[in-house]
Ligand binder design. Structure first.
Ligand code: ZN
Length: 61
């Protein structure tokens, strides 16, 4: 599996984004774009506030 590094967590910027997906962590409506960098690519995953916060906290150490 590719190693991925947390790059940024950003709020959705448009209404269309808000309506487009559910959090892949818990299934709630997603509100945040979580960006990871891997070798040569950026991966964007969608999460709700709570899961995005958990990821942010988990990456701090
Ligand atoms: Zn979630």
């Amino acid at each position: 599996m590719l190693e991925k590094t947390l790059k940024a967590i950003e709020p959705f910027t448009s209404k269309a984004e808000k309506n487009s997906r559910f959090c892949i962590g818990c299934g709630e409506p997603a509100t945040k774009l979580v960006k990871y960098s891997t070798e040569g690519a950026i991966i964007v995953e969608k999460y709700c506030d709570r899961c995005a916060k958990a990821i942010e906290d988990g990456s701090a150490n």
